[in-house]
Write a protein that binds this ligand. Structure first.
Ligand SMILES: NC(=O)c1ccc[n+]([C@@H]2O[C@H](COP(=O)([O-])OP(=O)(O)OC[C@H]3O[C@@H](n4cnc5c(N)ncnc54)[C@H](O)[C@@H]3O)[C@@H](O)[C@H]2O)c1
Length: 450
């Protein structure tokens, strides 16, 4: 069956088409989420096309190269041999049977949801939309985005008056819509991506059916919820749960330090409880594209319901980078050194270990705060040869070598990459301030844990 005949095909027929690997899948947004997703489909011999507005990414992929550290060029080459293509040409949307949207959802300068990437994407898809197609939003967002924001743009912007299939509609006369949150945990190698259950909320039962079939080709388990909004809220619950618990453990760490207790020892002991406790670990502050951002999508939406999300506000307003700066100042003071004029090397700038993602990393705030205090700051991170201009910072720094560590007054461990030899680092440094317990098991008076 060709794509042209899809419009008149029943949902059962389209589902079969997906199951038999005959459907064409388009992934919009080839970043940390979209590119690995495209590769998963390609591995399963599904025809997949990636769409992005970043021409550099398109040309890199077309040359069989990669721009994400943990994705080998060989994986891109293999996918290319399977027919994977990347394009910025939205006219090719009409060739697709299913479209999955993985574009960014940041906060704007007022700490409010910035849905412009979703609205721009929907406006670009709309003119090429055709009956029988499935559109799935994966970008993390507040409950209501799929129905209140995305669908109206798709319905208004298409030229043939197509409507999203609602109620019992399953005859392929409209287009199908669902929301399915991305749950990837970059750097976590303990769970294969296909073993992470995929939550799906269809606009109607037919959309749910199609979306479940679409994801069943690459995920071992699909979990259906009753609506796109329930799926949107599921993702936010997961991330708010993390955010609140990380904030809690950071607070307990600060208290433990005052009380002369080792919070890491306490967490390890509490983790032996076989039920009712899940460990979260303290650090230099919330980081990454999700945890410091997503909860505020919900607190913004909650205002519409005259509701104040107090836990989110409390957990999100982290002052951990300030606590780190105070700890460095105190440690330097112990060494009869002032922060002003001291040389500080930051170890690890990625927002978490073993990944090449700098977004919302607390390291950036820490560098800026140290510089404000007059410290001469350098950094080392095997994943970042340079730090250029980001959304908030323009640091223009180059990765320093790990030779001559004793030239620094303080080595500050912000991100505990596995590749570092912490014993050697401690041995060669004058003073080590450790925000991640990376020096666990090393006894040396030079180490200050904070
Ligand atoms: N990175 C993660 O680990 C992770 C985990 C779970 C959920 N998410 C969510 O997934 C979504 C995507 O995140 P990401 O980390 O992949 O972002 P990213 O910035 O790495 O990638 C987004 C891509 O979308 C492209 N893009 C932007 N506007 C576009 C448009 N109009 N048309 C086509 N392409 C466009 C960008 O060029 C970029 O390549 C976000 O909502 C994020 O919150 C991310």
């Amino acid at each position: 069956m060709s794509s042209q005949t899809l419009a008149s095909a029943s949902v059962a027929e389209v589902t079969q088409r997906i199951q038999q690997r005959q459907a064409k899948v388009g992934i919009i947004g080839l970043g940390y989420v979209g590119l690995p997703l495209a590769l998963l489909y390609s591995e399963q011999k599904v025809s997949v096309t990636g769409f992005d507005i970043d021409e550099r990414k398109i040309s890199t992929l077309r040359q069989g190269r990669s721009y994400i550290y943990r994705i080998e060029p060989s994986e891109i080459k293999r996918a290319r041999e399977q027919g994977f293509d990347a394009t910025s040409d939205y006219a090719r949307i009409k060739e697709m049977d299913a479209i999955i949207i993985c574009v960014p959802t940041p906060l704007n300068e007022y700490h409010e949801p910035d849905l412009s990437y979703i609205t721009n994407t929907a406006a670009s898809i709309a003119p090429h939309l055709r009956a029988g197609q499935l559109v799935v939003l994966e970008s993390t967002t507040y409950p209501g985005t799929t129905e209140e924001v995305m669908i109206p743009i798709l319905e208004k912007g298409n030229t043939t008056g197509l409507k999203a299939a609602r109620g019992e509609s399953a005859d392929g006369s409209g287009f199908y819509v669902a929301f399915s949150p991305e749950r990837e945990d970059p750097g976590n190698t303990s769970v294969a991506r296909r073993d992470i259950p995929k939550v799906v909320g269809g606009l109607n039962p037919a959309a749910a059916e199609l979306t479940a079939a679409l994801y069943s080709t690459i995920f071992n388990r699909v979990v259906r919820v009753s609506s796109p909004a329930a799926a949107e809220m599921t993702k936010l619950l997961e991330n708010i749960y993390r955010c609140v618990n990380i904030a809690l453990v950071n607070e307990l760490k600060m208290l433990s330090l005052r009380m002369g207790l080792d919070i890491w020892e306490v967490i390890a002991a509490a983790s032996t409880k076989p039920f009712g406790f899940h460990p979260f670990y303290p650090g230099p502050g919330l980081g990454g594209h999700c945890i410091p951002v997503d909860p505020f999508y919900l607190s913004w939406k909650a205002k519409e319901w005259d509701f104040k999300t107090r836990f989110i506000e409390l957990a999100g307003n982290t002052n951990m980078p300030y606590f780190v700066i105070e700890s460095v100042a105190k440690a330097l003071n112990q060494h009869k050194k002032a922060m002003n004029g001291s040389k500080v090397l930051i170890l690890g700038v990625a927002y978490k270990k073993d990944i090449d993602d700098l977004r919302e990393s607390p390291a950036l705030t820490i560098i800026e705060l140290l510089q404000k205090e007059g410290a001469q700051v350098s950094y080392n991170d095997p994943y970042f040869p340079v730090i250029g201009k980001g959304r908030k910072y323009d640091l223009q720094m180059q990765c320093a070598s790990l030779d001559n560590l004793d030239q620094y007054d303080c080595v500050l461990i912000v991100t505990d990459h596995s590749d570092y030899d912490y014993r050697k680092i401690v041995k060669e440094s004058k003073l080590v301030v450790d925000t991640r317990n990376a020096t666990h098991g090393i006894q040396d008076a030079k180490i200050v844990r904070c």
